[in-house]
Design a protein around this ligand. Sequence first.
Ligand code: FEO
Length: 398
Amino acid sequence: MNTIEIKSGIFWVGSIDFQLRHFHGYTFDTPEGTTYNSYLLKDREITLVDGVWGPFTNQWLEKIKSLVNIGQIKNIIVNHIEPDHSGSLTEIIKLNPKVMIYGTAKCESGLAKMYGLRNLNFKIVKTGDEISIGEKTIKFLEAPMIHWPDSMFSYIPQDKLLLPNDGFGQHWATKQRFDDEVDLDKLVNQTKIYYAGILWPFSAIIKNKLAEIESLGWEIEMIAPSHGLIWRKNVDKIWNFYKKWSDQETEKKAVIVFETMWGATEIMAGKMAEGLAETGLKVKVMDVNKFSRVEIAKELFEAKAYMIGSSVHDNGVLPNMSALLYYIKGMRPAGRIGMAFGSYGWGPTGTGEIEKFMIEARIEKAMGSYNVQFTPNESEMEKCREIGKQFGKIIGKA
Ligand code: FEO
């Protein structure tokens, strides 16, 4: 795919990774692939903002070479050192050793440790610093833990363009590059999946960063993240969504998430969903083996209440449920309520594991657990339905 001029003199030179399915090493966390967005600024000083993942280096260099000679590049802005954006740096620095790199102090030390890139022409920048590259100025804003310690945002006031790296991004490989070229509901949903799967634990930091940008008075008419589509028509809309998400507002809905060995816990989940639905609340039922972890994370991010079920396995929960609980604990969910359920053969020990997770994740236990030996009979299924109904009433009052 060719380069695209996104603003006068600013070109997208990124890569589209249609095949990626295992981002961060997590299984099937990018069911729609992703893009690695990199931007070339053709001004008096030719400047690159961010790179691409290592395997895409050659096609990235070809795109850049269609616009300028590599040796003409004066500056590279490194907003974030994670390999999906920095994996191509070693090669371009080899081709152009005099290039000046701009990044945070953590960026400099991180590049040294990650790639052995030492003794670079490196200029550490901080919030409030700016450089003039000709007609354009690049302002820097440190953004630690959005989502790594080295992260920063760049802003070009002449173009009212924010370059927030992972912020406002989505893992969605498409040939389209702008928000107004794709289905907006799908785009917002993809952005929310990205937020829930990666940025959720940093919500308080993101909330403060949005307020900081507003207090700086930066006018923004385009947000060009380093993954996915560029926001040009719906900047206010996605900004307001980010504000809402970083507030961690929840919906009065329940997610029933479960893993089942021989089907009994699934039957329990289904009956609980029937009871919940009777209270008029929205409910989503998710088998951990049928949805990607990020899809489940997005639903959990939205919901006020969780019903978590697993068959007992080696006195605990099944392995994929265990992995999900570990992942969600890291998301530090706030203000949620939950309950545990599951089927067992020899002893009802799985729900104890789930309740331990709830304590560690600070999810309030709204009801006692419910355990059924082997397959639920008629009265146990009725009890599941009744528990769903009771839980729904609790959510309604929460
Ligand atoms: Fe897209 Fe944190 O790297």
